[in-house]
Each structure stands twice: as C-alpha cells, then as structure tokens.
Design a protein around this ligand. Structure first.
Ligand code: PLP
Ligand code: TYF
Length: 397
C-alpha cells in the first residue's frame, strides 16, 4: 500500500538540528533553529514558569476538556498584552481570541478560516519569510504572492519595493506581516514605515495578518507592539497569530492564540463561531497546560514582574551578543562590513553569507547556519564567538 510513498525532504531548519546532533566534532556550533540559549548554551525553563507550574499542580482539580476556543482567562490576557487594556479594540469588544497549539496552530487556524470565509483570497508574504508560512497557507488552500522585503545593497528594508508590490494587491487580499523581529532578516519597519503600511492597508482595503511570535525580544513588550497598534486603527479589521514559545520559553508546551479583530461586536461573534468550526475539524480543542502557565503569570502581579525581568534579561543578552559579535568580527580583520547586525531585531541575524559559504562553514568547521545565511544570535556565546569569527573569516576571504 505504501509502495508509492516517496521520502519527503527534511524541514530546512529543524533538519539541521538532527545533522548537528550527529556531528561528532566537540567544537561544533549550532546557530540554526530559533531557540533562545543562555551563556552556557542552555535553553532554560523560566523561573516564573516553574513557580506558576507549582501553583497549578497544587490547584488542579480536573483534566476534563477545555472549550473549543480554549481558556477564557488566557484569551483575555493575550488580547490585553497585545493591545493594552483600554484600547478601542478591547473596549468595543470587537476582538475575539482562540487558544491554539503554538503560533503554528494559530497560523493554520487563520489559513483555514480565510480559505473558508474568503474563497479565492490571495495571501501576500514577504520575500524572504519563515519557510513554514508558504507551507501552512498552501496547505490551507490559499493562493500566494510575495512582496520584496530585503534590500541586499543596504542590508535593510526594501520599503519602496514592499509598498510598490502591495499596491498591486486587490481589495480583500490578505497581507502577512511579521509583528516584530522579522524571521529571517531581523529587519523591522520603523514607526513611520508602519504608518505608511497601515495607510496602504486602509486605502486598499486589505486584510492584515500579523504573525506575532517574538513580542518582547526586540525592544520591549510595548515597543514591539507599535506596528500592531498602528494597524489596529478604529474600525480596521485584522488577524493576529501569537506565539509564547519564545518569550515564555514554552516551546514544547505549544502555546499560541489567534485573534480576529472585526468591525464590531456582532461580526466578531460570527467570526468566533467560524473559528470554532475550523478548530473542531482540526484538533477539536487545545491542550491546557502551557496556556494555564501563561495565564497564571500574566494575571499575577508578582509573577508578571518576574517574567518581564526574565524577558528583559534574554533580550539584553541577545543585544549584548550582537555587539560582541560585530566587535570580534572587525577585530579579527574581516574585510566585509558586518556592522548592520547590530541594527537587526530579535533572535535572528541575516548575515549576508551565501549558500556556498554556509555549506563550507558546516563541512569545514561544523558551524551550522540556515541556508539563507540566517544566524540564531542566541546560539553565540563568549565561549564560541572566536571560533565562529575564524570560520567566517575563512569563508569570506
Ligand atoms: N512564526 C514565526 C515567524 C516563527 O519564527 C515561529 C517559530 O517557531 C512561529 C511562528 C511558530 O511558533 P510556535 O513554535 O509557537 O508554533
Ligand atoms: O525559525 C525558526 O528557527 C523557529 C523554530 O519548522 C522553527 O521559528 C523552525 C522550523 C520549524 C518550526 C519551528
């Protein structure tokens, strides 16, 4: 029966982890998958999470199913974290949130909802983007188009190219934006550029879909929501897919949410009913643990403060490493200018290294970087930065 089944290619990012694990070189360096690591190379469980888990374990009374849309307290806390409690979107009750298995689950629920309720819609995504974006939305049955994002000459945003392409989008088309910390480039629009993007969305009546997987990893919790809040103008409709994998370190607990902002409360209620229909035929209802942890932390003043401190620590370490990396690169006599790395936001850096250089780093030095040249900055430490720079010098000269 399975004779005709061919072997599928490995995931372009997660596949590298496996190759790394099998590499016997004791000096190997893994800068591939976007997982935060501390100075010792460990992906820690946050202290606020451990404390919340202790409380949950003591207070848990049932393992009965959650509602299809998940925990109401969690969904509420997610919305407030994105918009702030007094935002018009919240007070007008025109936003509905469903708890999902990770940000990936949120993206798939969004994709299925769009395919059902906006038949024939085209989704525009940045070129480049996270490779799972096209996979998820193609699987959901959407048509895809791309807009330029990265300007190779400046190592910055190709803003004119982006807006120019989106001028070609039709009414009701979906435009996928990274809320902050763009994956893979690390390049985000400035507040002024967000204004222009929001103007264009409004003028052309597009449906913005924000992938918000790194809130707090760029400049701060509120700062990273600037774009999202700019887009959420009075009456504007939008979809947001949240992930708490990174900012809570809850990767394997699968904690995410999909929020739909409708024009008014009645339409939001109808959208929620459609989202529940999509979920019912997909995974039925979400798992409770990770979302209960996030809800407990976000709604308790002490735990919330602990979380914000831990998140600040992760962000500061990444930014410190960016500086260390750039300093070390120039100190070791590499000709190429890598100073742009310090302007990039979040966990990733688009290094400018090409596929050949990436392949050589792996084969000669056991340094693992994604084929696009994307580096997980959090994988760099005082202990491996010199060897990394030595490798980059070798492949760039
Ligand atoms: N969106 C982007 C841009 C990501 O980088 C990730 C990372 O994994 C996700 C969504 C999905 O996150 P999750 O692990 O919560 O599914
Ligand atoms: O881009 C990354 O590295 C993270 C983690 O299929 C990830 O978003 C990578 C690939 C994948 C799922 C998650």
């Amino acid at each position: 029966m399975f004779q005709h089944v061919e072997t599928a290619p490995p995931d372009s990012i997660l596949g590298l982890n496996e190759a790394f694990r099998n590499d016997p070189n004791p000096e190997k360096i893994n800068l591939s998958v976007g997982v935060y690591k501390d100075e010792q190379g460990v992906t820690p469980v946050l202290k606020c999470v451990k404390e919340a888990e202790k409380r949950l374990l003591e207070g848990e009374t049932t393992k009965s199913y959650l509602p299809i849309d998940g925990r109401a307290g969690y969904n509420n806390a997610v919305r407030t974290l994105m918009f702030g409690s007094d935002h018009e979107v919240i007070t007008a009750k025109r936003a509905v949130t469903v708890q999902t298995p990770g940000g990936t689950g949120a993206l798939r629920v969004a994709g299925d909802f769009i395919a059902d309720s906006f038949p024939g819609a085209t989704l525009w995504h940045s070129q480049p983007t996270w490779p799972n974006h096209p996979s998820i939305f193609t699987a959901a049955g959407l048509k895809l188009k791309t807009y330029p994002y990265f300007n190779k000459a400046t190592n910055g945003l190709d803003f004119d190219g982006m807006l120019g392409a989106l001028q070609g989008a039709g009414k009701g088309d979906v435009v996928l934006l990274h809320g902050c910390c763009h994956n893979p480039t690390g390049i985000d629009p400035t507040p002024e550029q967000w204004k222009a993007i929001a103007d264009l969305i409004q003028e052309k009546q597009l449906l913005p879909l924000l992938d918000f997987a790194y809130q707090g990893f760029g400049d701060g919790l509120v700062e990273d929501a600037i774009g999202l809040r700019e887009v959420a103008r009075p009456g504007q409709e939008m979809i947001i897919c949240s992930s708490f994998s990174k900012n809570f370190g809850l990767y394997n607990e699968r904690v995410g949410a999909m929020t739909a902002v409708a024009a008014n409360e009645a339409e939001a209620t109808a959208v929620l009913s459609q989202l529940k229909k999509v979920i019912r035929s997909n995974y039925s209802n979400p798992p409770t643990h990770g979302a209960a942890v996030v809800e407990t932390v976000l709604t308790d003043d002490g735990l919330r403060k602990m979380w914000e401190d831990e998140l600040t620590h992760m962000r500061d370490r990444i930014n410190g490493i960016r500086k260390l990396f750039v300093d070390k690169i120039s100190a070791c006599g590499i000709d190429q200018d890598f100073s742009f790395i310090q302007n990039q936001k979040g966990m990733f850096s688009f290094s400018g290294l090409n596929q050949m250089q990436v392949d050589q780093l792996r084969s000669d030095m056991s340094i693992y970087i994604v084929g696009s040249g994307r580096i997980n900055v959090a994988g760099i430490s005082e202990a491996n930065v010199d060897r990394l720079c030595e490798g980059i010098k070798k492949v760039t000269s």
